[in-house]
Design a protein around this ligand. Structure first.
Ligand code: NAD
Length: 382
């Protein structure tokens, strides 16, 4: 089986789907890897490192994609302006693709993949089970984003995060508020604590309280009468009344914060607004909001995706793709996720699309000219 790693072409994307360490691992499992020349540049991986790991280096993206049995990517396929063709049209009919695909938000892409008879697997759809943990790219990339959000906040502030006791007196620590304590939020909390900040966090899932506290942060309590999480452990949308109360509770903590990092998300839905404009108006001048939910609408009403704005003296960062700003660990972690997926899918040198297997069926979007994923089919029908 020939696995191909093209150079990412979406603007600002510096990650690469496989790093040399995993190329070696796949080679030992009998997979031959080809890498487009320059694919690792953004993550500081030279072609020579791929060559040393046993990969073939191919200059021409069109040839690389046309010859591959499985293509692995970070960003979903887009139109390649240089070649004046969509990346999906460059894939060989009947070949496979493993990548982030945002299939629920891009049904046009799903239709194109089916039309081209591509067997596609979405990295967003890896089941959140213990068995699939090594493949969970949402978690690995959320870890990177959470870390970077805290570092960005620290860098932007006009004050220290840690308390400093010096000959010139004591300087009080900075205050960080983290909203949403999933994978990204917990990493933001851990990082802000390592930097010495006083950290508070809030989440609608009461189960995270202990995790927050074990990281040395305080958990903001708000009694909630309704069920806030699904059987799978994800947050549910709140009733209008609880949502209003939540905004009031957050407002009181936001006015004391130097930095707010927001990560609240509901799978498949718009991110909840937790910081309306009237809360921003009450915040300290010079404070910062890093909004990790920017690409699903933002947790702050004033967030603009991929933009940095200053409103009422508060800097608001609509952080759409933070993992790409730390391409070295983000690529290493993503590469390990991808390698685990490939080793799961390939049996005896062949792609084994076993719909009885919950990981395979959970991730597979299109196969043999059909859309095969139930949630995506339902979205298409609605
Ligand atoms: P996510 O990115 O879907 O959401 C981020 C956080 O926002 C969640 O903690 C959620 O509760 C919170 N949130 C949603 N609405 C909110 C609101 N109105 N106010 C405040 N907070 C709000 O979360 P995630 O990091 O993907 O984790 C979601 C679930 O998946 C968790 O139960 C987690 O333990 C689980 N998970 C399991 C695995 C695994 O088993 N392999 C891996 C990762 C995550």
């Amino acid at each position: 089986m020939r696995v191909a790693v093209p150079k990412e072409i979406v603007a600002g994307e510096r990650r690469v789907a496989l790093v040399p360490e995993t190329v070696v691992q796949l080679g030992k499992a009998g997979l031959r890897v080809s890498v487009q020349a320059g694919a690792g540049e953004g993550a500081y991986v030279p072609d020579s490192a791929y060559g040393d790991a046993g990969a073939a280096i191919v200059d021409d993206a069109a040839r690389l994609l046309a010859e591959a049995d499985i293509v692995v990517k970070v960003q979903k396929p887009v139109r390649n302006e240089r070649l004046a063709q969509h990346e999906v049209d460059l894939l060989r009919e009947g070949s496979a693709l493993v990548s982030f695909l945002q299939p629920l938000n891009d049904l046009e892409l799903v239709r194109l993949l089916a039309r081209r008879r591509i067997t596609s697997f979405s990295m967003e759809m890896v089941p959140r089970t213990t068995r699939a943990q090594r493949m969970d790219a949402l978690s690995s990339q959320a870890t990177v984003a959470g870390y970077k959000a805290a570092v960005l906040a620290a860098d932007s502030l006009a004050k220290f995060l840690p308390m400093l006791t010096t000959a010139a007196g004591t300087i009080r620590p900075g205050r960080v508020l983290v909203l949403g304590a999933g994978v990204a939020g917990l990493q933001a909390i851990a990082t802000a604590r390592r930097l010495g900040a006083l950290v508070e966090a809030f989440d609608v899932r009461p189960a995270v309280k202990e995790e927050v506290q074990s990281l040395g942060a305080s958990f903001i309590e708000m009694p909630i009468a309704e069920e806030t999480q699904t059987a799978g452990g994800y947050a549910k949308e709140l009733s209008a009344e609880t949502h209003r109360r939540e905004i009031d509770v957050i407002r009181e903590h936001a006015r004391e914060a130097d930095a707010i990092i927001t990560t609240a998300a509901i799978p498949g839905a718009r991110a909840p607004i937790l910081i309306p404009e009237d809360t921003v108006k009450l915040m300290r001048p010079g404070a910062i909001i890093v909004d990790l939910a920017a690409d699903t609408g933002g947790n702050c009403e004033l967030t603009r995706p991929d933009q940095e704005t200053v409103c009422h003296g508060v800097r608001i960062v609509g952080a759409a793709n933070l993992p790409a700003t730390l391409p070295v660990p983000a690529s290493q972690m993503y590469s390990r996720n991808i390698a685990s997926v490939l080793l799961h899918l390939v049996k005896d040198g062949k792609l084994n699309v076993d719909f009885q297997d919950e990981i395979t069926s959970g991730m597979c979007v299109t196969h043999a000219g059909e859309v095969v994923h139930e949630r995506i089919k339902a979205r298409m029908a609605s």
